[in-house]
Design a binder for this molecule. Structure first.
Ligand SMILES: C[S@@+](CC[C@H](N)C(=O)[O-])C[C@H]1O[C@@H](n2cnc3c(N)ncnc32)[C@H](O)[C@@H]1O
Length: 273
């Protein structure tokens, strides 16, 4: 089977996982997201539109351009926008590094779960800065797989989790990027950089978080690297299956607990830039 040069791939299960991920942490991540009412917003790497419908519904007077380089994802995003009856979104197929938009034509740029996949996130932030008007705002949301703690923490569960970090790193990404957002945004020339860590915590008194975040978002993400992890001999198939079962137990048994931290950052392009 050909492996996508992208750790999560573009299958149906991943499309659903992105939707579940966005829903499960929507309030945690977005309770304080607010763009000016009539802003022109660029949503970068929108994927299947998991954030698009929310952004567009929450900002009905804003004009939103959502783009991704992958047509399979983008057509799902377009379907979701149509199904929601939204008229303030344009979806565009393009690569971030060859984006066909006029320079300095956006008031705000929104990026979620993209920088962790790029070999040069500062270069990406630089190109996005070129599309922002002086004084415009960038908002970035990323995870950090090194922030993950779970109980029971069996050796196989920890090894399976570490396979995800390793496989993504081999593809040129950095799944520990959340903690680096402040220096990355500064290095790209942004001003007034602020970072807010947001921790998700699940135990059996929070069954919705267990189901939507641990079982529907986290476990499928790890399961997605089974093939490269086993091919590279990082784990035996038996140890892998044990690790996945143990990870599921952290989100489904009375004694299981799970925490993970997302990082939300915002910054401004220099007025005089
Ligand atoms: C994990 S998904 C995140 C999707 C969406 N932002 C969300 O929050 O659900 C990462 C997306 O980045 C896109 N992507 C990666 N590199 C890109 C590039 N150079 N230009 C445009 N899109 C890119 C992928 O196609 C994928 O849809």
């Amino acid at each position: 089977m050909r492996r996508e040069p992208y750790v999560h791939g573009y299958g149906e299960r991943e499309a659903q996982r992105l939707l579940d991920q966005a829903d499960s942490v929507r309030d945690l991540v977005h309770h304080d997201t607010a763009f000016p009412p009539d802003a022109r917003i660029l949503e970068v790497a929108c994927g299947v539109g998991a954030q698009t419908v929310f952004l567009a519904s929450r900002h009905p007077d804003a004009r939103i351009v959502s783009f991704d380089k992958e047509h399979r994802s983008l057509s799902l995003a377009a379907q979701r926008v149509r199904a929601a009856g939204l008229r303030n979104v344009d979806v565009v197929l393009c690569d971030l590094f060859a984006a066909p938009f006029e320079r300095e034509s956006f008031d705000c740029v929104f990026v979620s779960y993209l920088l962790e996949h790029l070999p040069d996130p500062v270069a990406a932030l630089h190109s996005l800065a070129g599309l922002l008007r002086p004084g415009g705002e960038v908002l970035v949301v990323e995870g950090d797989h090194g922030s993950c703690h779970f109980h029971p923490s069996t050796p196989e569960a920890v090894r399976a989790w570490n396979c995800l970090i390793k496989v993504q790193a081999e593809l040129g990404g950095d799944s520990l990027i959340g903690r680096a957002l402040y220096p990355l945004l500064c290095a790209a020339g942004f001003k007034e950089v602020q970072v807010s860590p947001r921790m998700v915590y699940a135990d059996s008194s929070r069954p919705r978080v267990q189901r939507e975040f641990v079982l529907q978002t986290i476990v499928p993400m790890v399961e997605g690297v089974r093939e490269p992890a086993l091919r590279e001999g990082l784990m035996s198939p038996e140890a892998w299956d044990r690790g996945i079962a143990d990870l599921k137990a952290t989100g489904s048994t009375p004694g299981g607990t799970f925490c993970y931290t997302f990082f939300k950052a915002w910054a401004r392009k220099d007025q005089g830039a």
